[in-house]
Write a protein that binds this ligand. Structure first.
Ligand SMILES: NC(=O)c1ccc[n+]([C@@H]2O[C@H](COP(=O)([O-])OP(=O)(O)OC[C@H]3O[C@@H](n4cnc5c(N)ncnc54)[C@H](O)[C@@H]3O)[C@@H](O)[C@H]2O)c1
Length: 321
């Protein structure tokens, strides 16, 4: 494994970013976290700040002056700061553009100015491909990007800027197109909602859509292993820019997920009520499973099953909510 001296993690106080910070520090790196704390929590990384191995900067990727004038140079950028909310991007499309496209451009300009030649980007496999014909499942990286939500468009647009910066300014870069990542410290997503709703009302669970939406999920510990693998491979990567789907090889319907959370909470006879329609909300991709053959060639294999991941997550939620 490469020993990387200094890494910048934008959004490093958030769910995935903070797990990445744990792993980078465990591997001997020095980490700078830039996060405006709109969604992240300092306590996710406090232990590393106290140890002196992580420098925390509360600022915003939209503050280009700060990024270009005050942020120290690093060896690699992990760009995870974003507005990750797919659903709210439909009524607020300009916010995804600002945070996820303009914000990414600011981070890329910082990379260009300081000649930072390694860049990892948190993209989204669940949204950039849009509604793909089910006969083409599992979705490979060869499928055209065809997002159906402003959030998906913002991630696809950010990827397009990354590919041009990568080749114009010689930045070895990779995007990871995540399926649904879940686990400890996550405060959004279907599992978080089900856990809370079932605790509030163990008799009835309200489900968005008709419950047949079917997607793949990956535990955050597996996601972190994959991110590090792709980052370590940047030096061997033949092209300036590459992109990898990242998910698991199984997928679950919302009804199945409800059953799994109910079992985890020792509940039986929970009545399900449905908002109706084949999608959870406008802009929702109802069915999605990614092919992970490409990233498997780098040596990736998910280790945590969905059920085991849900168990770990529920243990964490019980202790922390
Ligand atoms: N969780 C998933 O299933 C999933 C799936 C696909 C892609 N992603 C992407 O992965 C990344 C991390 O997602 P997450 O689930 O950990 O979300 P999160 O909300 O927990 O983390 C995002 C972090 O970015 C910070 N942030 C937001 N806007 C910022 C800004 N303008 N300046 C500085 N910091 C800012 C937030 O405070 C937060 O700490 C995001 O880019 C998201 O789009 C996540």
């Amino acid at each position: 494994m490469d020993i990387i001296q200094r890494a910048l993690v934008t959004g490093g106080a958030g769910f995935i970013g903070s797990h990445l910070v744990d792993a980078l520090i465990k591997n001997g790196n020095h980490v700078i976290v830039l996060d405006n704390l709109v969604e992240g929590f300092l306590e996710n990384i406090q232990i590393h700040i106290d140890s002196g191995k992580c420098k925390f900067i509360k600022d915003d990727i939209l503050n280009a002056d700060f990024m270009l004038e005050k942020l120290p140079k690093v060896d690699i950028i992990y760009h995870f700061a974003a507005d990750p909310d797919v659903r709210s991007s439909v009524p607020n499309p300009l916010n995804s553009f600002k945070q996820n496209v303009q914000g990414t451009l600011n981070v890329l300009e910082y990379a260009r100015k300081y000649k930072i030649d390694k860049f990892i980007f948190a993209s989204s496999g669940g949204t950039v491909y849009g509604d793909v014909d089910i006969n083409l499942f599992p979705i490979t990286e060869k499928i055209a990007l065809n997002p159906i939500s402003p959030y998906g468009s913002s991630k696809a647009a950010a990827e397009m800027y990354l590919t041009s910066y990568a080749s114009s300014y010689h930045i070895k870069s990779a995007s990871l197109r995540f399926a649904n990542i879940f686990g400890e410290r996550s405060l959004h997503g279907v599992g978080y909602d089900f856990f809370n709703h079932l605790n509030e009302n163990p008799d009835v669970l309200n489900i968005l859509g008709d419950g047949t939406q079917k997607k793949s999920y990956l535990h955050v510990s597996d996601a972190i292993n994959a991110i590090l693998l792709v980052a370590d491979n940047l030096n061997n990567q033949k092209s300036w820019y590459d992109f990898f789907n990242l998910g698991s090889e199984d997928w679950y319907t919302v009804n199945e997920i409800a059953d799994i959370y109910e079992k985890e909470l020792n509940l039986s006879n929970v009545k399900h009520s449905y908002s109706g329609g084949s999608k959870g909300w406008v802009g929702d991709v109802a069915k999605m499973i990614l092919s992970i053959e490409k990233i498997k060639k780098l040596g990736f294999l998910p280790k945590v099953s969905f059920r085991e991941g849900v168990h770990r997550y529920c243990e964490w939620l019980r202790k922390n909510l």
